[in-house]
Design a protein around this ligand. Structure first.
Ligand code: PLP
Length: 441
């Protein structure tokens, strides 16, 4: 039985099956598609497949549809931009591009004037941030974090380490990157209660033994680790990284591609701890679905780039910038606050759920960036990987789109304008999915 009355066919339905068969002939098999959802259209948090089944989208295109699907103000802004011109290239100026730079500068968390370099994706934003750090410091090395995800092009891939499949078959990537553990109090790697301090000590040890701090251009970190498991750092950890960077003239890059633009209930996740980056990367939610990324940096750093030092063809694309301008206006104008409010409600409901399901080891997150880690019924909190996959699949069959992260964490990242009613509906579907998955486990 489907917990949702909106699922009317077996899944995938006949039209979805036909599409998947055509796609298999011509589209790369490398896309990690978890279940057969074939989209027809969407509005807000609701999406429909080609067979007329309606789902609640708590994956939001991997945390991209910040304003929900097809938000009328974003759609109107894109249509108006398209009526004027589709492209001119970043060699010229136009209102949408400059206006976006101004909007970002107004809210950037650097604590001093900021500039943006615009691009099309998260990985390209990360590449830009890495290049800027190397350019202004003239240093060759970087530190990244185990479990981090920063993209799949060769520079960003050299940091990405949330699953080994992302690396397998692609070595060598960019040299000079040393990974350190991301602090995880639920799965402590180090003795003692402060895992954040332990990681900072570990970095100090690296600086003394094998990675000369004077050669490190930047430390890149996700303020809340995303693909690696929706891990919230312990209090004091990001501030400790900031202090370490300041001590050694190292730049601090916050990759806010997933956690930024209101997702955590604040405009940028780093604001939960009041720690200021030197460089920040954005993408995903910034364009509500139109492909756009940004390297945001202190003006004192980005203004050092000489003409031609970095560039692209599509940066500042008018449609993408129009979508980003409308998105930022909506997020600043209330959606970040909604994420904070509905996120608190969601978190409370998940904590209640956890009382009924011992397989829920931990619920964690901020705003609408929430992870639910599933564990086996043993002392070691063994990650329940198969159970997690089954919950995500069964949720789909009940009409709820979810994704996983880490080893066995179900993640929830609905649009920032999700309602508490939709969250309550999702809880019913989630419970049904858990029951199915546990019955088969
Ligand atoms: N950085 C973070 C934190 C991400 O979560 C992602 C994608 O999931 C990326 C970078 C890469 O973004 P894209 O897939 O747009 O290249």
């Amino acid at each position: 039985m489907n917990a949702s009355v909106h699922i009317k066919t077996s899944l995938p339905g006949p039209k979805a099956q036909a599409m998947i068969a055509r796609d298999a002939e011509v589209i790369s098999p490398s896309y990690p598609r978890d279940y057969p959802f074939v989209m027809s259209h969407g509005r807000g948090t609701e999406v429909w497949d080609v067979d007329g089944n309606r789902f609640l989208d708590f994956a939001a295109g991997i945390a991209v549809c910040a304003t929900g699907h097809a938000h009328p103000e974003v759609v109107d802004a894109v249509k108006a931009a398209a009526d004027r011109f589709l492209h001119i290239s970043s060699d010229y100026w136009h209102e949408q591009m400059t206006g976006l730079g101004e909007r970002i500068a107004r809210v950037a968390p650097m604590g001093e004037p900021a500039m943006s370099f615009l691009c099309q994706s998260g990985t390209e934003a990360v590449e830009g941030a890495l290049k800027l750090a190397r350019y202004v410091t003239r240093r060759p090395r970087y530190l990244g974090f185990l479990g981090g995800f920063h993209g799949r092009t060769m520079g960003s891939l050299s940091f990405t380490s949330s699953k080994y499949t992302q690396q397998l078959g692609f070595a060598p990537t960019m040299p000079g990157v040393t990974h350190v553990p991301f602090p995880n109090p639920f799965r402590p790697l180090f003795a003692g209660s402060d895992q954040g301090q332990a990681v900072l000590n570990y970095i100090r040890m690296l600086f003394e033994r094998s990675v000369p701090a004077s050669e490190v251009a930047a430390i890149m970190v996700e303020p809340i680790q995303g693909e690696g498991g929706y891990l919230v750092p312990p209090e004091g950890f990001l501030a400790g990284l900031r202090a370490l960077c300041d001590e050694h003239g190292i730049l601090l890059i916050f990759d806010e591609v997933q956690s930024g633009v209101g997702r955590t209930g604040k405009l940028f996740a780093s604001e939960h701890w009041g720690v200021k980056p030197d460089i920040m990367t954005l993408a995903k939610g910034l364009g509500s679905g139109l492909p756009i990324g940004a390297v945001v940096a202190k003006r004192s750093l980005m203004s050092q780039w000489k003409r031609g030092a970095h560039g692209n063809t599509y940066g500042g694309n008018p449609l993408a910038c129009a979508a980003a301008n409308a998105t930022l206006d909506l997020v600043v104008g209330g959606l970040a606050e909604n994420a904070s409010r509905t996120g608190a409600h969601f978190m409370k409901r998940l904590h209640e759920l956890a009382k009924d399901y011992p397989c829920i080891g931990e619920v964690r997150g901020k705003g609408l960036m929430i992870g639910m880690e599933l564990i086996e019924n043993d002392e070691q909190r063994t990650p329940a990987r198969a159970l997690c996959d089954a919950v995500v699949t069964r949720a789909f069959h009940h009409g709820l789109l979810l994704l996983s992260c880490g080893t066995s964490t179900v993640r929830f990242m609905p649009p920032l304008n999700v309602s508490t009613q939709e969250i309550d509906e999702a809880m019913v579907l989630l419970r049904a999915a858990l029951d199915d998955a546990l019955a088969a486990h």
